[in-house]
Design a protein around this ligand. Structure first.
Ligand SMILES: C[S@@+](CC[C@H](N)C(=O)[O-])C[C@H]1O[C@@H](n2cnc3c(N)ncnc32)[C@H](O)[C@@H]1O
Length: 296
């Protein structure tokens, strides 16, 4: 049987020589922190018929407090509509497209505003169509009906079924919807190296948006010179982030935290357990050598 992600990460950590450069008591703290991240999900995968569950990442596709629709509106669509209103043609890159709820709702709202929309969605998997009893279902259904390639006068929608890290496109995007599973479980989508690919595909003044406020992701966005805005939380305590490709601005990010270092994937092909183990080892080396807990 294939090892779980938790088992893979714990094995990778213990076989990395740098693990033994971490002070002994902190090694235990690290192993506990990692075990806690991958603890079993307390919510039954079958409680919600409209929210999919991924066994490997041990996570739901959408927030279990708000559900898919409210999450799409509050974290991905409402925060960007105002910024897109001046544009007549909008190119959207949809990373981790999953059930296509974020992109479907955005397309639905932009079509109502008479925009022309070109979407490129990318994911490793194609889940079945799930109706949400909302007017945007029709657009998502059209995508499934047309074999994942829509070409109409005001909407083009192309779905690429592969690892997003291998994306090659000449299109420059106005907006990137970034929706992987949580950064510590699905780090392949949250490294500095992958975010750099996205940065290069974004137009000047373009918008990157996601649901996370993870410190490592903040530090990578900051390193790439994105201007970061925090979006008020809905259904949870922490805010989410949107980031602008803006030439001149002052960083507003607190980087005085050992977790605020980028996750790395230099070859853009490393396994999830390798990326996250490397990150946590670097975090804990910082903690053991240089960091005073009074800064927390
Ligand atoms: C939180 S779900 C996305 C939900 C989706 N945005 C929606 O509106 O329904 C995360 C998605 O990321 C995809 N994913 C994870 N790692 C990936 C990778 N390296 N490349 C492409 N897709 C990936 C998963 O298959 C999953 O569909």
């Amino acid at each position: 049987m294939e090892k779980s992600l938790k088992e893979q990460v714990l094995t990778t950590l213990r076989t990395d020589n740098r693990f033994y450069n971490i002070k002994e008591h902190l090694r235990d703290v690290l192993l506990k922190e990692v075990s806690n991240i991958y603890k079993p999900n307390i919510h039954s995968p079958h409680t919600n018929q409209t929210n999919l569950y991924d066994e490997y990442y041990n996570e739901f596709y959408h927030s279990i407090t708000t559900g898919p629709l409210e999450e799409a509106y509050s974290k991905f669509v409402n925060p960007v509509l105002g910024f897109l209103k001046e544009k007549s043609v909008i190119n959207v890159l949809d990373i981790g497209s999953g059930m296509f709820v974020n992109s479907g709702v955005l397309a639905y709202e932009l079509l109502k505003l008479n925009k022309t929309i070109n979407i490129v969605s990318i994911d490793k998997k194609l889940p079945p169509f799930i109706a949400l009893n909302h007017a945007s279902d029709e657009i998502r259904y059209l995508l499934y009906e047309s074999n994942f390639s829509v070409k109409s006068s005001r909407l083009t929608w192309q779905v690429i079924l592969k690892d997003a890290r291998t994306i090659k496109t000449n299109t420059m995007f106005d907006i990137i919807l970034h929706d992987g599973f949580s950064p510590y479980k699905n780090p392949s989508l949250w490294t500095l190296d992958f975010l750099y690919i996205l940065y290069k595909s974004l137009k000047q003044e373009g918008i990157w948006i996601s649901y996370t406020s993870n410190k490592s992701v903040q530090s990578s966005l900051n390193f790439l010179n994105f201007k970061i805005d925090f979006v008020e939380p809905v259904g949870r305590k922490r805010p989410s982030m949107m980031a602008f490709k803006t030439a001149k601005h002052k960083s507003n990010i607190d980087l005085q935290n050992p977790y605020a270092i980028p996750m790395r994937d230099i070859t853009l092909s490393a396994d999830e357990d390798k990326i996250i183990s490397d990150y946590f080892i670097r975090v804990y080396i910082l903690k053991s050598k240089y960091y005073s807990p009074s800064k927390d």
